[in-house]
Design a protein around this ligand. Structure first.
Ligand code: FES
Length: 99
């Protein structure tokens, strides 16, 4: 049976892991109270939600790649948290490369 839930964890922080159903938008569930991730536009334009993600998720879309090139061109783990498709357990770390 397919696993229907994914665990989002925040290593090296005091935030507790969050469990969400697969394919949910994490930007709709992460808040300033339950995660270290900050969001701005939530549409993949501003780069506020830039993070490093470890986990087996689909690669970025062309639109997301364009923004990643601007904010984190050398960091292959960098992603926009508001744009990722949740398909497996992931670890979210702060991305220190934001300009
Ligand atoms: S919140 Fe603006 S790019 Fe994700």
């Amino acid at each position: 049976m397919n696993k229907q839930y994914c665990i989002i964890s925040f290593p090296e922080t005091d935030y507790q892991p969050i469990i969400l159903e697969k394919h949910q938008q994490i930007s709709e569930h992460l808040t300033i109270e339950n995660s270290p991730v900050l969001f701005g536009c939530r549409t993949g334009i501003c780069g506020t939600c830039l993070v490093m993600i470890a986990g087996d998720i689909p690669p970025p879309s062309e639109e997301e790649k364009e923004i990643l090139d601007i904010f984190a061109s050398t960091n292959k783990q960098a992603r926009l948290a508001c744009q990722i498709e949740l398909t497996s357990d992931i670890e979210i770390r702060h991305c220190g490369e934001q300009k």
